[in-house]
Design a protein around this ligand. Structure first.
Ligand SMILES: [Zn+2]
Ligand SMILES: [Zn+2]
Length: 350
């Protein structure tokens, strides 16, 4: 197994510069306490945190700041990282998809297929969605957005339980997204990330204030994206080069998503071996046969998904599975709840 360096972080957060409740110093200390290696913040329609100089190292935390773009109808939310200036607010989603791509920035479609239970959903939180994701510029999507999933799963019936147990409801990414994602990847590569979408705002539900549910530190201990990078990131590397390494790793899909609530997934690995080569998540290999291998930190249910369907299932700490061509990813479950979700490995015959 090739040695890779693992960096664990959270993507998608809001500060007081948009509709979050925390200042940057407060958010940074919450991320340090949660022992994140990196954090990617994304206020709505502003780069103020970046303009004020918060991007860079804060002890062992690397902070990157992009922003969350919306169209004039407040739909098609899109995270953009690596822009120096915000784009015109009048842009339609097609215009900002193109502009982000043209400027070589990283774009991530946020809560892309969000929906609501039409009869029981909480009033005042309409779905913010993409309707269609069939644009060539869409190359990275959120497959598991903690806040969006909370709103999707919280109904008039279960709201008290979900307020008191904010992380317990989120048992896996939505089936609709995963189906879209597997299908899309048969045609073209689309990378998945996990995100928190933390605001840390108190939401009033029938006179009951949800105090800590969206607190930064609690959210930083939920959905995380683990990056696997060939070379260690040195603090002597420039801030912009460090951002580029992180953005490229996300773009390439050399990552997996974990829910920290189900356990610390540090040390998990998934790769394919063929002849004299090793293929990582986000990569494609050419061979008539390969061995899928995984190391899982705790004995768990390991599901191998091939071309969108469960292909193999075993309770194990290690996977060694002979396969032929296909599009493979893993889902790891503990106590029937989703723990780890990987990006795809592609194996082609020629
Ligand atoms: Zn959003
Ligand atoms: Zn957001």
């Amino acid at each position: 197994m090739i040695k890779l360096n693992e960096y664990i972080g959270c993507i998608h957060g809001h500060s007081v510069y948009s509709d979050g409740s925390g200042t940057y110093p407060k958010i940074i200390s919450a991320a340090i306490e949660a022992e994140l290696d990196y954090l990617m913040m994304s206020d709505h329609m502003t780069l103020q945190g970046k303009d004020e100089g918060f991007v860079g190292w804060h002890q062992n935390l690397f902070l990157s700041i992009g922003y969350e773009i919306n169209d004039p109808e407040d739909q098609h939310h899109y995270l953009a990282f690596g822009l120096d200036k915000t784009l015109p607010e009048t842009y339609s989603h097609k215009e900002y998809l193109k502009a982000v791509k043209d400027k070589n920035a990283l774009g991530i479609a946020a809560h892309p297929l969000e929906e609501r239970d039409s009869k029981n959903s909480l009033p005042g939180f309409p779905p913010i969605t993409w309707r269609s994701l069939d644009y060539p510029e869409i190359e990275v999507i959120e497959i598991w957005n903690m806040m969006s999933h909370w709103l999707e799963s919280t109904t008039l019936k279960n709201r008290y339980w979900n307020v008191v147990h904010p992380r317990s409801f989120s048992t896996s990414p939505s089936k609709k997204i995963m189906q879209w994602w597997d299908k899309a990847n048969i045609e073209k590569k689309v990378t998945g990330v996990g995100s928190v979408d933390v605001h840390a705002k108190k939401i009033k539900i029938l006179g009951f204030f949800s105090k800590a549910i969206f607190d930064y530190k609690i959210m930083f201990k939920s959905i995380r994206t683990h990056l696997l990078i060939d070379k260690p990131i040195l603090k002597s590397t420039s801030v912009s080069d460090t951002e580029q390494i992180i953005f490229n790793t996300i773009f390439q899909g050399k990552s997996f998503i974990s829910n920290y609530r189900r356990g610390d997934a540090r040390g998990f690995r998934f790769w394919a071996e063929m002849e004299d080569k090793e293929i990582q998540m986000g990569e494609m290999g050419f061979s008539r046969r390969a061995i899928l291998r995984a190391i899982i930190p705790e004995k768990s249910i390991c599901k191998v998904i091939r071309n969108g369907k469960v292909f193999y299932l075993q309770e194990t700490k290690e996977l060694n599975l002979k396969v032929h061509e296909g599009l493979y990813r893993l889902e790891i479950e503990r106590d029937e709840r989703g723990w780890i979700f990987t990006n795809h490995i592609r194996i082609k015959e020629s």
